[in-house]
Design a binder for this molecule. Structure first.
Ligand code: ZOZ
Ligand code: ZOZ
Ligand code: NAD
Length: 653
């Protein structure tokens, strides 16, 4: 085997040259990889013993894209902009000997772009291909927006480039991205395929123009969808522009347009923030002081106590991950109501085509509703989600202590209460931890993992692994009132109410923050979480009352009672309510028009300020933990990088 360099190897199998990219963990196109591929392709041109080439990835995947770490070096001026990948891909495409890319794992971003420069692509059935660049605030920058529509048609290319979701091998075959699915050994299958085509004159993907003509309305429809589902983001719109350019311009001019748009996105604040979030999501999984060999227990069975807003969603998370879960309540009525909400949530997903009825049935079958502790002795994790009352939580934990097996994790979903005091109600505080989910618990990706002073390393490591298994993002935080997210939220909501007292209406505050990019404004969010939850919290902590408490006294708990800060006719869409306006007017101290910028500055400013204190006190390990908490738990716009990233950026501006 020849080494083109440390990252790319070249070998021969009969008359087929095999180029292997070996850059663990994901064969990213780090410096050296494009150069190695280019050297191998060039040297094969003059080698008469080679008739065709196979390009494959070593280890668990094909090339998963450009090396994202390099982007920061380019935007900071540390290295030159010219990655030269587009030229390497042209050299592959211009190879006189057919090139076959052999795909397993994922061919993403620059990886798929390399593959699309080849004359053919084969893949194993489990492989996925995609142009996920928009998730990093950029667009494909090495011809993806120009070659994908030529291979797969305009509609598929727009969908993949603008929305970033990868597709499976079968769909890639159907749309023309992949030429064959290989059963069995991929390299052997790719070599066999390369032998078959070695005598044929291969067509260059960039010259295949027949799929470019089509329905022009695709672009307008995609822009509408991007403005809704990728609200505030520039990259999806740029990706649509780039694919549209492929249909209007010759290949070279299209490439130029793509490069311009790529550069604009790469140098934007949005892309820097989203790359920060990409690495941040991986960073939060790392707990520097936790030994790497800390044992992680397998979670096979779960139990949840309380089938209200949160308990039902938590049970769904377990069922979604295939883990059987007991759901316990105190009354048949509350249990039936909880199960009915779960059923309704699943049915709505089935109706939208997210998954078939059979999946819903299987998930419902994994949830066992009951009023007793029967079967709790088998649970590996018990998640408590009863009302926010210390007395009640201690009573429940004392009960759990009697029934749980010694190695079970005892988790509380408390929003604000002291984990150590809850743990003191058991004989095993080392097994007690916070698993703090976010409303809607089946949708929001965050779990704050709250460590008490006695929580054992095994319980922490298992909780972090469990978060991953549940398809969530676990962030380890310290124990204080409200932990990280809610301690900051407390300041944010107080500031939002102050704005009401100075003249703003709830919808003004919500609109300003929605336009800033929050998934919901603070008042709509409070209605979703349940105003009674905050009310209970304030009573529990003997806090100053808030206007929201007056709404609770009026029976307005938010979405769950059809009215809170807003009215709800269909369950979830907020409708401004004159009764609330009247209440706010009565409590108002003065009346002035407050511009949206001030609303954003004061409320987001309150988050940033409290976040800084939390860091100082080491309740959060790193600023990025706070950012990921707010992006994945509270719908903070990912393209602003989270409150701490945003705070730093605006301070520097
Ligand atoms: O890691 C998952 C993934 O989705 N990665 C990102 C894939 C992606 O976004 N690719 C597109 C990159 S952008 C691009 O390619 C632009 C382009 O068009 C080229 C333009 C050039 C033109 C220049 C003109 C001037 C993946 C699905 C691959 C694997 O998931 P897992 O859950 O198995 O593993 P992770 O996510 O924990 O990752 C393992 C370690 O690998 C690091 N990593 C992943 N993808 C990377 C990367 N590092 C650099 N670049 C990448 N593309 C990841 O950070 C993690 O590292 P550790 O240290 O936390 O273990
Ligand atoms: O608007 C999206 C969002 O992310 N909103 C922000 C939610 C948020 O900030 N949650 C944190 C609340 S605070 C908290 O939980 C911590 C805590 O301890 C609170 C303590 C009390 C604090 C005091 C406060 C008084 C959201 C995801 C909700 C909706 O997304 P979209 O706007 O994109 O709309 P859809 O219709 O596409 O929804 C996406 C999926 O979510 C499902 N869904 C929406 N609302 C739901 C819900 N599922 C269950 N219950 C709800 N209320 C929706 O069905 C859809 O799922 P699929 O499968 O059908 O796609
Ligand atoms: P909820 O009022 O919707 O549900 C609580 C449920 O617990 C009720 O159905 C009640 O019948 C049940 N319950 C009470 N005592 C019980 C017992 N001894 N055994 C079994 N069930 C019992 O409240 P929620 O919003 O689901 O909140 C539950 C917990 O989660 C609270 O600690 C809250 O602070 C926390 N939390 C709430 C949110 C939110 O957004 N709502 C978010 C994160 C955390």
């Amino acid at each position: 085997m020849d080494e083109m360099n440390e990252l790319v190897k070249f070998s021969k199998s009969g008359r087929i040259g095999v180029i292997t990219v070996d850059n663990p963990p994901v064969n990213a196109l780090s410096p050296g990889v494009p150069e190695g591929i280019l050297a191998a392709v060039r040297s094969a041109q003059g080698d008469d013993s080679v008739r065709a080439l196979v390009l494959i990835g070593a280890g668990r995947t094909f090339i998963a894209g450009a090396d994202i770490k390099e982007f920061g070096k380019i935007t900071s001026g540390e290295r030159s902009e010219a990655l030269g990948l587009a030229e390497v891909i042209l050299a592959i495409e211009d190879s006189a000997k057919p090139v076959v890319c052999a795909i397993h794992g994922t061919a993403l971003g620059g990886g798929l772009e390399v593959a699309m420069g080849a004359h053919y692509r084969v893949a194993v059935a489990s492989a996925q291909v995609g142009q996920p660049e928009v998730k990093l605030g950029i667009i494909p920058g090495a011809g993806g927006t120009q070659r994908l529509p030529r291979l797969a048609g305009v509609a598929r290319a727009v969908e993949m480039c603008a929305f970033g979701e990868p597709i499976k091998a079968a769909a890639a075959l159907e749309s023309g991205i992949v030429d064959r699915i290989v059963e069995g050994d991929l390299l052997a299958g790719a070599i066999a395929f390369a032998s078959e085509v070695s005598q044929q004159t291969a067509r260059k993907p960039r010259e295949r123009n027949e799929k470019l003509a089509g329905d022009e309305s695709i672009f307008a429809a995609a822009r509408d969808q991007a403005r809704k589902t990728k609200r505030g983001m520039m990259a999806p719109l740029a990706a649509i522009d780039a694919v549209e350019a492929a249909t209007r311009l010759p290949f070279e001019a299209g490439m130029k347009k793509e490069a311009e748009l790529f550069r604009e996105c790469l140098f934007s604040d949005q892309s820097k923030a989203m790359i920060h979030a990409f690495f941040g999501e991986r960073e939060v999984a790392k707990i520097p002081w936790l030994p790497k060999d800390t044992p992680v227990k397998e979670i096979r069975k779960a139990a949840v106590i309380g089938a209200g807003t949160m308990g039902g969603g938590i049970a769904m998370n377990y069922a979604n991950a295939g883990i059987p879960v007991i759901l316990k309540e105190t009354t048949q009525e509350a249990l039936d109501k909880g199960v009915e909400t779960i059923r309704r949530n699943y049915a709505s997903s089935v109706k939208k085509g997210r998954f078939p009825q059979s999946v819903m049935d299987q998930r419902m079958g994994l949830i066992r509703p009951q009023l007793t502790y029967d079967g709790f002795e088998e649970a590996d994790v018990i998640a408590e989600a009863v009302f926010e009352s210390m007395a009640l939580k201690k009573q429940v934990f004392a009960e759990i202590d009697k029934v749980a097996k010694p190695e079970a994790i005892l988790a509380t979903n408390t929003s604000t209460l002291d984990i150590d005091e809850i743990a003191s109600a058991t004989s095993r505080p080392q097994m007690v931890i916070g698993h703090h989910y976010f409303s809607p618990a089946n949708v929001m990706r965050l779990i704050e993992i709250v460590r008490g002073k006695a929580t054992s390393p095994e319980v922490i490591a298992t909780s972090m692994a469990l978060a991953k298994k549940l398809n969530k993002v676990g962030v380890l935080v310290g124990n204080c009132r409200g932990f990280v997210g809610n301690r900051m939220l407390h300041e944010y909501l107080r500031e939002a109410e102050s704005l009401l007292k100075e003249g703003a209406a709830p919808r003004d505050v919500d609109r300003a923050l929605y336009d800033f990019g929050m998934a919901m404004g603070p008042f709509a969010m409070s209605d979703l979480a349940g105003l009674d939850v905050g009310w209970r919290i304030r009573k529990e902590h003997k806090d100053q009352p808030m206007i929201a408490d007056t709404l609770c006294e009026m029976g307005r708990y938010g979405q769950k009672t059809g009215a809170g800060w807003y009215r709800y006719e269909d369950g979830r869409t907020p409708i401004p309510d004159p009764d609330v306006d009247a209440l706010v007017a009565k409590l108002r101290k003065r009346m002035r028009w407050i511009p949206a910028e001030e609303i954003v500055e004061r409320t987001i400013g309150a988050l940033v300020k409290e976040g800084a204190k939390i860091l100082e006190e080491a309740i959060a390990m790193r600023a990025v933990d706070i950012d990921i908490i707010y992006i994945t738990g509270y719908g903070f716009p990912v393209y602003r990088g989270g409150p701490m990233w945003y705070g730093k950026a605006t301070m520097q501006a």
